[in-house]
Design a protein around this ligand. Structure first.
Ligand code: ADP
Ligand code: MG
Length: 722
């Protein structure tokens, strides 16, 4: 029988009113209902004003002040007609979260009345006091001013909460001196950099009409749902987002019966609620299913332009969390809430393209498309090889360290999976005599015949961190709780860099008399000879790969944040971002400092929490259980029965070990060294192992002491009761 507090949580769950699913509204009624779409803008604005907005959208640049006034007026009229009294500049600080500064539309008048007011200036620029957001030394508190500025490429929307309706305006967040304090600014810059280089190459390839190139992103979000009643009894889930103690359930995920199984009814009602809200916000959610672990689910939208997809991804996380609360759940976005069963990732599907040439990572069917495709794909290969450690560092978080390389998620070694067909093509190019045909017999490579591809290569490799999936790459190492901005910035920038190199090479070769096609083959050949070692189609989980990747191919294995984050300090990384105008050296340095600090904070909070839970919850509970057990043994003895002390002895000795581990952990917490690298290493090499030692003692005890004494909800309860 569970302890009284656990029992009462279980009863509370059983008594939860069946949350009735609201009748689903038609898509017409729902879709983008809360978004100030271009269509709504067009209807509300004079023709000339709207045209000017369209021009700004297409060409970038600043919105004309009179136009901004018109847009602000229209936006305010729409928002207030829907009940909004406040507007908020929404921005994305370096913490993976979303921040908002709310202001009322209210403007008191001299005669005692008040009106709603919203000007172009208020729309376009805001000034939140940003001093409490992490900035890695970019600003001191006395010059704490930060500015938000509307990102016109991401539409404004209404956020409806029980506390009312707010007009939300997506913005960038920069310092007084213009340095990026957020995740959106570098993302926009990286898209612009990639656009510049992609158009240059497309023009070089002979395309006459080349529309702006942008990157696309479709992110698959995994998450866990646990009933709120258990959270109150688990300080670790509440504060750290993962359990720091807990013996595995007798039934875990070993039956694989959860994956794509029937979605539990209560969860389905929750999902429908989430999707309807997201539809209203114009987020195109498309798939939902159970994931591998019990209690784990996934939601994925249809891909969109990277910038909008990133804002929408933040909205998905916000809506998942708030809706879970409403339904009596907690939505866990941590990468590894429960050791021993699968964690959660966020696969970032990424491609680049435009309206004139289409998806540039789609092999297409005509030879011309194919050369274009091979060059873009080759540029990706070169980029991933040159900056693999950077890609590892942009997914480095305390939570993700538990997942990467743990046989459920890609290893901490960055390689590229192309699929057998494409790998074969690139290998032939490397050998320099591209004339063989692939096993399928479809592909032909010759000096003047370019390969034909089967549309869908069909095969998949789930063990690769970076996989080609037919018309896009899937970056599979991203953590579930992360903003996708960082990974997208890295991918766009390294692609921009490779494309720039490629155009330089092609120009030189063509000037030297080579035909475009010969020059292209030469460039691709060089890429494969210098960077082909990053292409790997085998089992990324295997020990053999871990050894070979490092020893034979010279790829780096960076298993923890302590090793991966300092990559941001490498000169070649700073030069890369600077070269393409994505991040200045100071901006990059500040990011390193913020992320290192976040890692340290996360581990230290966990360590303190583990210590406290062990001392104030587990140790006393075990002593209580031991007292009961000794009393009953004494009773047995007094009755003249033979008494077996072995269990009591085991429990007693484990609890002493637990107390000892607590002392060691306490000492280690107090012994943090100076300097961010040393401090990070202290976290990963000292604190985490000590916490694990403590956990092992506690988890053994959980399996020995009287269940009625155990204070913490068990795996079984948290994962299976809903
Ligand atoms: P799987 O689980 O098999 O990887 P899903 O259908 O769950 O596939 O997710 C695939 C994701 O990839 C979706 O978000 C989808 O919209 C996205 N996607 C498809 N094409 C592209 C593209 N060209 N660029 C970016 N993302 C894409
Ligand atoms: Mg996927």
């Amino acid at each position: 029988m569970p302890s009284p507090q656990r029992l009462s949580a279980i009863e509370q769950i059983q008594l939860r009113p069946a949350y009735p699913a609201e009748a689903a509204e038609s898509l017409d009624a729902l879709w983008a209902h809360n978004v100030f779409t271009l269509e709504k803008m067009k209807r509300a604005l004079p023709k000339e004003v709207f045209k000017s907005v369209q021009r700004t959208l297409k060409e970038g640049g600043k919105l004309d002040p009179t136009v901004a006034n018109g847009v602000a007026q229209a936006m305010k009229d729409w928002a207030t007609s829907r009940g909004a009294l406040y507007y908020a500049h929404v921005f994305y600080p370096l913490t993976n979260s979303t921040a908002e500064k709310h202001d009322g539309f209210i403007a008191p008048q001299g005669d005692g009345s008040a009106i709603n007011e919203f000007t172009g200036k208020l729309l376009v620029q805001g000034e939140p006091d940003g001093s409490s957001f992490p900035n890695g030394g970019l600003r001191s508190t006395f010059e704490a001013r930060g500015y938000t500025a509307w990102d016109i490429t991401s539409p404004a929307y209404l956020m409806e909460t029980p506390n009312g309706v707010t007009l939300c305006i997506p913005t960038v967040f920069v310092s007084w001196t213009g340095e990026a304090l957020d995740k959106k600014t570098p993302l926009l810059r990286s898209i612009a950099a990639m656009n510049r280089q992609a158009r240059r190459l497309l023009t070089l390839l002979g395309n006459t009409d080349v529309a702006p190139v942008s990157s696309s992103c479709g992110a698959e979000q995994e998450y866990f749902l646990v009933d709120q009643a258990f959270i109150g009894l688990r300080p670790d889930l509440l504060l750290a987002g993962r359990v720091l103690f807990g013996a595995p359930s007798a039934k875990g995920q070993q039956f694989d019966d959860h994956y794509f199984g029937a979605i539990p009814e209560r969860v389905q009602v929750f999902m429908q609620d989430v999707e309807q809200q997201l539809y209203r916000l114009g987020v195109p959610c498309k798939t939902r299913h159970n994931e591998v672990a019990p209690g784990q689910f996934e939601i994925a939208p249809v891909f969109e332009a990277a910038n909008v997809a990133t804002d929408h991804q933040q909205l998905i996380m916000t809506v998942l969390r708030s809706t879970a609360k409403k339904h009596g759940f907690a939505c866990l976005l941590h990468e590894k809430p429960f050791a021993g069963i699968n964690g959660s990732g966020k696969h970032v599907n990424w491609s680049v393209g435009n309206s004139t040439q289409g998806n540039l990572l789609d092999p297409g069917t005509t030879p011309h498309d194919n050369m274009q495709f091979l060059l873009f794909c080759g540029a990706v290969i070169r980029g991933i090889h040159s900056f693999g450690p950077l890609l590892r560092s942009v997914v480095a978080t305390a939570g993700n360290d538990h997942r990467l390389g743990a046989n459920e998620a890609p290893p901490a070694i960055i390689s590229v999976y192309l699929g057998s067909q494409l790998e074969d093509v690139f290998n032939q190019i490397r050998e320099g005599e591209p004339k063989g045909s692939s096993s399928g017999g479809v592909m032909q490579l010759g000096v003047d015949t370019l390969p034909e591809f089967q549309k869908d290569p069909g095969d998949r490799n789930r063990t690769s961190p970076f996989a080609f999936t037919g018309n896009r790459f899937e970056f599979r190492a991203v953590g579930s709780g992360q903003s996708v901005a960082g990974p997208l910035v890295a991918m766009n920038t390294i692609l921009a860099d490779s494309l720039a190199w490629m155009s330089d090479q092609l120009e030189q070769l063509i000037q030297g008399g080579a035909s475009l096609q010969d020059a292209s083959f030469q460039v691709l050949k060089q890429i494969m000879q210098e960077h082909g070692s990053v292409v790997f189609g085998g089992d990324g989980y295997s020990e053999e790969w871990h050894r070979k990747a490092v020893q034979e191919r010279g790829l780096e294995n960076l298993p923890t944040c302590a090793e991966a984050l300092p990559v941001l300090e490498r000169p070649e990384v700073a030069a890369l971002f600077e070269r393409h105008g994505v991040l200045s050296r100071v901006e990059l340095q500040s990011r390193y400092e913020v992320y290192a600090e976040q890692y340290i904070l996360a581990i230290e909070v966990e360590a303190k929490l583990a210590l406290r839970m062990a001392r104030t919850q587990i140790y006393p509970a075990v002593n209580g259980a031991l007292g009961d057990l000794s009393a009953s043994l004494m009773d047995q003895k007094s009755l003249g029965l033979t008494v077996d002390h072995s269990l009591a002895e085991r429990i007693g000795s484990l609890n002493q070990q637990l107390a000892g581990h607590c002392n060691s952990l306490e000492q280690a917490i107090g012994a943090a060294p100076h300097g961010s690298i040393a401090h990070m290493k202290h976290c990963s090499e000292v604190l985490l192992p000590l916490m694990l030692q403590l956990r092992e003692a506690a988890d053994s005890l959980e399996l020995l002491v009287d269940d009625e004494r155990w204070p913490l909800p068990t795996y079984q309860e948290m994962l299976f009761i809903r």
